[in-house]
Design a binder for this molecule. Structure first.
Ligand code: HEM
Length: 387
């Protein structure tokens, strides 16, 4: 403990070059060295699967109210969370997700057929990001004119978050609100003539005995956008990189596409598309042998927990017969991802189309992928050749 600041001595620096140059490797090392570790930047990071699960299962002690900003529903605890969560889940019902498959397939097939064969492409810029933004806008009923502004917005949001620059983060959030407000106003003005889609449905939602207000709707849409854009981009990059590095898995999946759902979840267990999420303690706790006071920041390190050898035998191996209930890819407990079925559908369809269209996805000798830096995961550039 530092006598002057009253803060614990840092165990590590999450923004050091060593960590940022290969996050997955660095978090593996931390799980072995200091499974509950303090840093000024992230507070207390939990690296072990069992500690992350404990925090997820005890939402009274590990609260989601980590900031003063409205964040529906991820920044809420019960009972408030329960009411909003119920409302949100209605928009991700299996029938609605299943009904999206044909449009999802058209978008995927179009994107895949626009790729050039036998030449170097940056899979992230020319494919993954475009897929994420097109699929997001299609699901929500948003126009193509929003594709480019949304991509720029994700980039600025990422930069502000890494810098922990709260003024810039607030400004970036406001910028998002601007785009969405224009869109919502048009639908309000159209009344009954507004398009029949999820965004219009959300405008008509009620919480308790009143309609959702504008800030709540924007916050819900912002949460979905963050959930979808950055994460789906990261997933597609990670999946293609893995397949390019493991041609035998690629061939297995091309031959038996029915294995894709389990394979996707397993590859994303090996290499997490989301590094972490936050909590705050509401009471003193002891976890992993460390004593933590009330009101401390906690970071759940998905990227480490899902590679914990205490839970996953030979964690570096790709295995299709692992117990899926232990995979924390979509979280667990009351905040478990409500968009999981949608995300699974989107990833399955895009990978089906890509594998069907190609004979070989390969890395290019001498061309290194650029690993994304915190808070993003996956790759920021991925040179690939498809034949
Ligand atoms: C592969 C893609 C995705 C992954 C890996 C993923 C993962 C996760 C995880 C791990 C959580 C739990 C966070 C926590 O406990 O703090 C979560 C929550 C959430 N996700 Fe996703 N997600 C994905 C896609 C989506 C999509 C497509 C949407 C919506 C369009 C979405 C919306 C949300 C929302 C709103 C929450 C907060 C739920 C709550 O607090 O009750 N996610 N997601």
């Amino acid at each position: 403990m530092d006598a002057r600041s009253g803060k614990p001595q840092p165990d590590w620096d999450p923004r050091s070059d060593t960590v940022l140059s290969d996050q997955i490797k660095a978090y593996d090392a931390m799980r072995h060295r200091r499974p509950v570790a303090y840093s000024d930047y992230l507070g207390w990071s939990l690296f072990a699967h069992s500690d992350v699960v404990r925090a997820l299962d005890d939402h009274c002690t590990f609260s989601n109210i980590v900031s003063h900003h409205l964040s529906v529903p991820s920044g809420m605890d019960p009972p408030q969370h329960t009411a909003y969560r119920r409302l949100i889940e209605r928009h991700f019902e299996p029938a609605r997700v299943a009904a999206f498959e044909p449009l999802c397939r058209t978008i995927s097939a179009n994107l895949v057929s626009g790729l050039t064969r036998n030449t170097k492409i940056d899979l992230v810029a020319q494919f993954a990001r475009l897929f994420a933004v097109q699929i997001q806008c299609a699901f929500l009923g948003w126009p193509a004119s929003l594709h480019e502004p949304l991509l720029q917005w994700v980039r600025r949001n990422h930069e502000a978050t890494l810098a922990r620059d709260t003024r810039r983060m607030a400004a970036v959030a406001l910028e998002f609100d601007g785009y969405i407000t224009v869109l919502l106003e048009a639908r309000r003005a159209a009344g009954a003539a507004a398009p029949h889609d999820i965004t219009t449905d959300l405008l008509r939602e009620r919480i308790g005995n009143r309609p959702l207000n504008h800030e709540e709707i924007v916050s819900i849409l912002r949460n979905w956008t963050v959930g979808e854009l950055g994460t789906i981009t990261a997933c597609v990059g990670i999946l293609c990189h893995y397949l390019a590095k493991h041609p035998e898995v690629q061939q297995q999946l091309r031959g038996t596409p029915a294995l894709l759902p389990a394979a996707i979840d397993e590859i994303l267990r090996l290499h997490a598309p989301i590094i972490s999420n936050r909590r705050v303690t509401t009471a003193p706790v002891e976890i992993g042998g460390r004593k933590i006071q009330a009101g401390e920041r906690i970071t759940l390190m998905w990227a480490s927990a899902n590679r914990d050898e205490a839970i996953f035998d030979a964690p570096d191996e790709f295995r299709l017969d692992r117990d899926p209930t232990r995979n924390l890819l979509y979280g667990r407990g009351i905040h478990v991802c409500p968009g999981a079925q949608l995300a699974r559908l989107e990833l399955r369809v895009i990978m089906e189309e890509l594998l069907k269209w190609s004979q070989r996805i390969a890395l290019i000798p001498g061309e290194q992928p650029t690993i994304a830096i915190y808070p993003a995961s996956g790759f920021s550039a991925l040179p690939i050749q498809i034949s």
